[in-house]
Design a protein around this ligand. Structure first.
Ligand SMILES: Cc1cc2nc3c(=O)[nH]c(=O)nc-3n(C[C@H](O)[C@H](O)[C@H](O)COP(=O)(O)OP(=O)(O)OC[C@H]3O[C@@H](n4cnc5c(N)ncnc54)[C@H](O)[C@@H]3O)c2cc1C
Length: 574
């Protein structure tokens, strides 16, 4: 493969500053359209002002779904698309996307019917819980809309007794429950990265650069600032795809586009370490309604539990964090549904927040804002000789379909045919994923001399890319990492070399699940920093600066009281 180091990419861009397409934003939508274009022979350049998946694409509820609740606003096409993409992701990314049994507690038979009718016509309505009849009709429709390429069971309704037997901790106020299957993604940041790496591996004409912000229009084209060095370079693309999520309007304004496209809402999540909560959920997700009608989720997540989410309009997407009032809200709604589980702030291991890049509309209630994605074209002007296509909204689940739609428009404008499709194309370590995992693990363990358990961990994290990781680890040097029993220095060094790492936080927060699992103790962060410094040739001063910045980020944006407690012994599979 060609040299993918920052320096090499920057030199290539200086030599050839006129790509066919510049994609701004390396969240899931930017990565998806970049992959489509690269695979179809387009000279595409992807830039992000931060790391890959640093925005909303690392802040989701991690559900891979059609969106049951969008049925109420009659977004049937969106639900069908989401459910179909869910089914495809289960097949194309089996290393990171899996099925999730979901329970919906129900409190009466007819509740919410009038509110649902009002929502259908997008009329403001008082919020309230949906009853069994509404959910049953919704789930029948949901099963039907998600029948294409389906592998999971259909829904079933449970009596009160059956529901309380299946989940004994549920509130006694339920009248019944529904059970259905959706998907979940353990590590969406890696899928985001793998889309970019797949594109770069398959398409020598494509390039990607992180920590490179699109900052406006100069006489020669779009100004890109390297946020690591402060240097700028100018690119003169034929088309710009603006995939900057909640920042779309901010990227568009200096390009002379002043239409307001985005009206974001913030959502926060908590990662909770609580035995009683884990036991109450078993292996299922609870998809439940708060008394105010908001839908919340709580499900077992890699040995902890993920609880979310809020939905609050925000004007500025920068630096959002989970506020104390949101924690109070999430604790209160959980108490309603699992009244015997007593959680407190001391059980929070990590918190995160992100902004949904929803279309700007004048809806009083955030849940009434349409979730459908759209590609908004802004045609060239005398000052700006290229069109800008803005990718507005879109759920994480539908990234492939949205990327495909945007790429089709770009290919049409470039007059190029589509030669490669992605509907059944595996993503990253999903390629060649073994049906016989045990056999695959045994063979690689034999080849590399690493223990079976280690290979199993690597397979769960990297899919079949685990082969490269294991070979690199076996080739050494490799040593245990202080405070991080799940990882080793050889593995982190492999990530540093292969996965576009520019900052310590890239590895602590996104390439690995160290932060999300609540394992980013100071000693663990320093141990990772030492490996990165060694592998990437960072100076002591630069490393110390990055350590301080990462610890501050963990404390200010994600921490429930840093330093975090020491890592628990490894139990759950990685
Ligand atoms: C709380 C919450 C829960 C959610 N839950 C789910 C869920 O369970 N399932 C689901 O399917 N979807 C879910 N979503 C929706 C989903 O996460 C988002 O719709 C999706 O991630 C948006 O991706 P994006 O690429 O458009 O935006 P982003 O991921 O935000 O990417 C935009 C990128 O643009 C970059 N950028 C900004 N300005 C510039 C610039 N000047 N130059 C270069 N780059 C720039 C940013 O750094 C960022 O990386 C949820 C969202 C939130 C917030």
């Amino acid at each position: 493969m060609r040299d993918l180091s920052r320096q090499a990419v920057i030199e290539r861009l200086r030599r050839d500053p006129a790509p066919e397409v510049l994609v701004v934003g390396a969240g899931i939508n930017g990565a998806a359209v970049f992959r489509e274009l690269a695979l179809n022979g387009v000279r595409a350049v992807l830039v992000d002002r931060g790391d890959i998946a640093e925005g909303a694409s690392s802040a989701l509820s991690r559900m891979v779904h059609g969106g049951l609740r969008y049925l109420e606003t009659a977004e049937l096409a969106l639900v069908r698309e989401g459910a179909t993409e869910r089914n495809r992701l289960l097949r194309n990314a089996p290393h990171l996307v899996g099925p999730l049994r979901t329970m919906v507690p129900l409190y009466d038979l007819w509740g919410g019917t009038f509110a649902a009718i009002a929502k259908l016509f997008r009329r403001p309505t008082t919020s309230g819980r949906r009853g069994a009849m509404l959910i049953r009709i919704g789930l029948m429709l949901y099963d039907w809309l998600g029948s294409r390429e389906r592998t999971m069971p259909h829904h079933r309704m449970l009596s009160r007794d059956a529901a309380l037997t299946a989940m004994p901790g549920l509130t006694r106020s339920i009248a019944s429950a529904a059970e259905y299957w959706d998907g979940w993604v353990s590590h969406p940041e890696r899928i985001n990265l793998e889309l970019v790496l797949d594109a770069l591996a398959a398409a020598p004409q494509a390039d990607a650069l992180t920590y490179a912000a699109a900052e406006g229009l100069g006489p020669e084209g779009v100004r890109i600032r390297d946020t690591l060095t402060g240097e700028t370079l100018t690119l003169a693309p034929r088309i710009v795809v603006n995939a900057a999520g909640a920042w779309i309007d901010r990227v568009n304004a200096p390009l002379g586009i002043n239409t307001r496209m985005i009206g974001g809402t913030k959502g926060s999540h908590l990662v909770i370490d609580h035995d009683g909560l884990r036991a109450a959920l078993g292996d299922a997700m609870l998809y439940f309604e708060a008394p105010d009608g908001r839908t919340c989720i709580v499900f077992p997540f890699l040995g902890n539990v993920l609880l979310g989410t809020t939905d609050i309009r925000v004007e500025d997407a920068d630096g959002v964090r989970c506020e104390e009032s949101e924690i109070d809200y999430l604790f209160a709604v959980l108490k309603e549904v699992l009244p015997d589980v007593a959680i407190g702030r001391e059980h929070i291991r990590y918190r995160y927040s992100g902004v949904r890049p929803l279309p700007y509309v004048d809806a009083a209630t955030p849940s009434l804002i349409p979730r459908t994605h759209s590609l908004v074209p802004s045609e060239p002007t005398p000052e700006r000789p290229f069109p800008v296509l803005s990718m507005v909204s879109g759920k994480w689940t539908t990234f492939r379909a949205f990327g495909e739609q945007a790429a089709d428009e770009v290919l049409h404008r470039l007059g190029k045919p589509r030669s490669v499709g992605t509907q059944s194309r595996p993503i990253g370590g999903g390629a060649g994923f073994p049906a016989d995992r045990a056999g695959w693990i045994r063979d690689l363990a034999r080849e590399t001399g690493l223990p079976d358990t280690r290979i199993a961990d690597l397979l769960a994290r990297y899919g079949t890319r685990a082969r490269d990781a294991a070979r690199a680890i076996a080739a050494g040097p490799d040593a245990p990492l202080e405070g991080l029993p799940r990882h080793s220095s050889g593995e982190i060094a492999w990530i540093a070399r292969e996965e576009m790492v520019a900052h310590l936080a890239d590895v602590v927060l996104r390439r690995t699940l160290v932060a999300l699992r609540g394992e980013a103790s100071e000693e663990a962060v320093r141990a990772i920093a030492a490996v990165l410094a060694d592998t990437l040739g960072w100076s002591a001063a630069r490393t110390a600066e990055d350590v301080d910045a990462t610890l501050a980020l963990l404390r200010d944006r994600h921490g429930a009281g840093y330093p975090l407690k020491a890592t628990r012994p490894v139990s759950a599979t990685s």
